[in-house]
Design a protein around this ligand. Sequence first.
Ligand SMILES: CC(C)(COP(=O)(O)OP(=O)(O)OC[C@H]1O[C@@H](n2cnc3c(N)ncnc32)[C@H](O)[C@@H]1OP(=O)(O)O)[C@@H](O)C(=O)NCCC(=O)NCCS
Length: 143
Amino acid sequence: MNFRLLKDSDFDQYLVLLNQLTDSPKLDFQEKGIYFYRQSMHSGHTMLAFDEDKLVGAISWFLEPKASHGMKDVLHIEDLVVDEDFRGKGLGKALVLEVIKNVGDEWVYKVILNCKEELRSFYEKCGFRQSGIQMRLDLGEKT
Ligand SMILES: CC(C)(COP(=O)(O)OP(=O)(O)OC[C@H]1O[C@@H](n2cnc3c(N)ncnc32)[C@H](O)[C@@H]1OP(=O)(O)O)[C@@H](O)C(=O)NCCC(=O)NCCS
């Protein structure tokens, strides 16, 4: 299994995989450019896992700088997905731990994410504990 960051040329297969997590329509060339620009503006990254040439997993994250907590950052994990045929082999957990290891703890004091109740046990196995509740306010048109 190889891990590497998302590149422009991966985008179409990445969106196909992402469809196993959420509806993700195909993006045209310009929309892809806008996505990469916006992701870099928000310190966002996406790491992909390949089994030979096949994309089998993905995870995204971004860092939120804090003026509190010794000026350290919060690491937000998003959009973790493993291809249906590759689930149950440790890849999802490996992706989470790889991101946390690579970001390190020198400038990050906590890692947070949102998930459904049924995934609580998966994230506990990755070392997380439940903390607080999520509140949500939908803005604008549904996308
Ligand atoms: C959630 C998901 C990423 C897990 O990936 P995976 O590669 O199958 O998980 P792993 O094999 O690394 O599992 C690690 C551990 O968690 C457990 N686990 C995996 N999925 C679980 C689930 N849905 N519920 C409870 N435990 C789960 C595994 O049994 C394993 O336990 P073990 O270490 O005792 O053997 C994958 O099922 C997926 O892509 N789901 C659809 C998208 C999604 O819901 N993403 C999460 C968004 S928050």
